[in-house]
Design a protein around this ligand. Sequence first.
Ligand code: MTE
Ligand code: MO
Length: 361
Amino acid sequence: AVAPGIEKPLPGDVFTIRGTNAETRFPALSHTGNLTPASLFFVRNHTRSPILDENDWRLTVWGGGLRGGPVHFGYGELRSMPSVTRTAVIECAGNGRSLFTTQQGEEVSGTSWTMGAIGAARWRGVRLRDVLHRAGLTSAAVDVMPRGLDDDFVTGGENLGRVRRPLPVAKALDDVILAYEMNGEPLPYDHGFPVRVVVPAWIGIASVKWVGDIEVSDTPLASPWNTRFYRLFGPGHPPGGSAPLTRQTIKSALELPWEERVPAGTPLRLTGRAWSAAAPIRRVDVSTDGGARWHPARLHDAPRRHGWTRWSAEWTPRSAGPATLLSRATDLRGNVQPVRAAHNTQGYLFDAVVRHPVTVV
Ligand code: MTE
Ligand code: MO
């Protein structure tokens, strides 16, 4: 059986079961509400989606930060525990990476996303905190490391093992959930069926899919996903890279096709989305003349944490020729999208105002 939401992609959208990466095209979001349907939600896989059976699946919690030996949880057992439901975006740390090159002329390595490595969903599951307490968490615990059941990740001939990344115990006990539903349906295979981690506000790699075990350690844990990847490397950063990345930044994007042709003299409604990990979006400004003048956009969602905000602005294109559209988000803490994103060799956290080309005809 195919998990819900996968079998009916909108025309023109690429979706995978078992495949590697698929990006959501922003224009397709204009047909959706605040939540991203699973059929349009981007997929980021280091290897391929495993097809797991919830009856064979179990979660093992183990390590020196527990009172006793390993504790196992079945799918039905998790389902019978008290649940929470929470809206949160999941966004890849590399979202927007290709714009380092196309907009800033800088070289970066990694999956060449434009702005579509993000989606917002309603996640239902159990609090990681509740599972850790049931497993016998002690005050000696320092780090909590979920690990996926997908294949070992092999890169450049080197086997880095299964995808895993430590969370400080404070974050694990705060707002992290072990999710088994996405938008009211069981998780689709590509998004971590039967159970994934959801770490609100943090970069996507923290939200480990197909979780099979969680190490709870009384000493700090490391994995390639917090040492070799997901730090800022390059000039201006420490030799071993920055501290491991945690929170996402502030961004916005138009739902218009890239290089769209728009007729002169016809009023147009520009729509888009804005999001910030630090605080709800307070305002979005739009420029239709390459950044010379800015006008406030109308916001269509009440300020909310961890979701995104739809916005719109009216524009009547005047003279024929190329034009550049920009949107700039501001959040309630006063964070504003910068003109340039800080370069780093792996192209993480592209937060600059996007220069969106169109042609007026
Ligand atoms: N979890 C496992 N087990 N394997 C993976 O390859 N990719 C991570 C994260 N969790 C990954 C994973 C990355 S880099 C991102 S951005 C998110 O999952 C993407 O979640 P999605 O595919 O549901 O959109
Ligand atoms: Mo990612």
